[in-house]
Design a protein around this ligand. Sequence first.
Ligand code: ADP
Ligand code: ZN
Ligand code: ZN
Length: 746
Amino acid sequence: MDSIKDSYIQVQPLGGFDKPLTYRFKPTAYNNIRLGSLVLIPLGKRKINGIVWSFEEDIPKPEFKVHAILSVIQREPVLTPELMQLASWISQYYVCAMETCLEAMIPSSIREGMKAKSRKLISLKKTELNKSKIPSRATSQQKVISFLEKRSKSVALGELLKKTSTSATTIKTLIQKGLILETEEKVERVAYEDDFLDSADHVIAKIELTSEQKVAVSEISQDLKEKSFVTRLLSGITGSGKTEVYFEAMEMALAQGGGVLFLVPEVTLAPQTVSRLRMRFGNEKIVVWHSHLSGGERLDAWRSLIKNESRIVVGARSAVFAPISKLRLIIVDEEHEISYKQEDNPRYHARDVAIVRAKTEEALCLLGSATPSLESMNNVQKGKYDISKLTLRVDNRELPLVHLVDMRREAEKIKTLPILSQPLIEALRERCVNREQSILFLNRRGFNTTMLCTDCGHVEGCKYCSIALTYHRTDGYLKCHLCGYRKPTPRCCSKCKSFDLHKRGHGTQKIEDMVADLLPRTTRIRRIDRDVMSKKNLFRETLSDFRKGKIDVLVGTQMIAKGLDFPKVTLVGVIDADLPLRMEDFRASERAFQMLVQVSGRSGRGNRAGEVFIQTYAPYSPSIQYARKADLDGFVDEELAMRKEFNYPPYRHLIRHLFRSRSEAKVEFYITKWTSLIKKSNLREITVKGSAPAPIAKINGYYRHHLFYFTHSVRNALEKLGTLREQFPMDSEVHDVLDVDAHQIS
Ligand code: ADP
Ligand code: ZN
Ligand code: ZN
């Protein structure tokens, strides 16, 4: 009676099923199974991997037929119990299949149970060499032996083959003859190895903290000493030395024996942070965690965390799931950045997940920004978060002097719409003379924006999306920045066949060209945007060259707007400050304000004072005025008052319900039907707005309509919406998705 001895466990399948299922297993055979272990299970006709989700040792044998697990793939847990709890929370709050959540949380190499990479080492056998076993004509065998004799240590197989130009068969023969030995060694792949180099500018010695930094550090120290869970907002102006405060906090958390998670908004910012961290925490092993890691790199990172060999993780959004043991501190740098929100399932916000995680694991969550989100400011006002403020730049440096350039007046002067204003051009020239660095910021890639027919007014658009194509001069193509569609630039209008096609607007490529024409020939100009930076390492090389002073003018998109610390930059030019304001989005002014303050903050971070020129057609709009003075409190007060009046976030949660279909008629029909059902149902606590076509009404061939729900309780709203949705007969060609706490509403 074998089955009596069986135990039962619940396993969450990785794929194919959304709930944990009961399986049986033999404790004697698998006495090493733990919560979070990876096992192979039968599911229907398939065999798939699953995670041990709970033990039910005491339950009696279930009535129904229970399958046995097939094998244990990996005993080491792929998720900690706390992360399993977090997975459940995410799946509920963001309305997402558990499977998809787990996919986001666990790198595929781990889900598949990949083995750690090892390499083969070759060494001479210690025993007396019996060279007589090698025939004299076997020169390559002899070569190998003499090479190994010269080296006292073992040699990697790959290296040996290369250096002696021999084949693997030769080595095999020697092994068979018992002359040499093959062993395996586990290889650690460390990401960003070469970032050790780039830190010459930074001071290694611990710096004397400013008095404001000291206050912040002592507040954090109290948090760490006295409380299990706190969220603290570090609101510090650009260049006030927030990073130094993070480092002090880390030092304290590490001293308590805790682990630290350091989130940055953008993968590209990780190397900078890592090199600063390495200077400071030289003897700690730092794990870099992001989606560009190779399978092997991730696996190694994962293992060193699970085994508690590393205690510091740096990474972008998905690093919030890194399996750090004894987590004590989570830092969310630039917490206002919308890149923390994933625009794909699971549509989680890494900052909010970080806070939930800190709560479950009893850690301190430290949010930092020069331009905190209104959500966080509101949470401070409500007393949910504590706050520490840094109001001064280090070394009494001044914030840069900000000039608003009224582009309407500039246009009058020269009777046409200028791209670069005279004051900005003069300031650039002055920097060239003084050998100082400049940054020009424009959040639009490409050369010109659009191709406009001046006869019929037609703008060349994407075949699959409802947006204009962007002209890229480097290859002469028109490209869609949403779906990647491209076509050669047409000679004549594709609507009326007129030859009066004109390029309108300007992107980063064009600015780069214009600046080159305006400045002395010797000026070194480089561009950073997604077009250039798709090439591996180019971003890091360019930043490193800029830091070393090998570049005079850096032209770029938002990729250069945040977090970077270049002390020699004394000029920042914002080409089109109104761009974010033109978005149909209630967060438009918040975004504009944040963008301007952040870009401006790149100027004057060294010994020389900085200047900023903001080109705008709306110089009196509040976000631009407040940004000019870097008046965070002023802006927050005014903007929060407005949000409150409309009962918008952060005063209520916003859930976006997006319907998509290849059929325009169907998407319209079903969303209209759904909207009237929901309005009729008169759900308490949910205010419905819409429906309407999304601002980008078509992407990749899919028509998009949406409606919005405003609510005080996401949980209640989802419950009610869920019940209704289950009974709603939706066409199979229409897909709908909920985006809880939606940020991107385009
Ligand atoms: P923030 O992130 O607040 O914009 P950083 O942390 O990047 O600012 O700091 C700006 C610069 O000031 C960095 O080069 C940093 O090394 C330096 N710094 C920070 N704290 C101090 C201090 N107490 N004394 C001198 N320099 C400091
Ligand atoms: Zn035309
Ligand atoms: Zn497109």
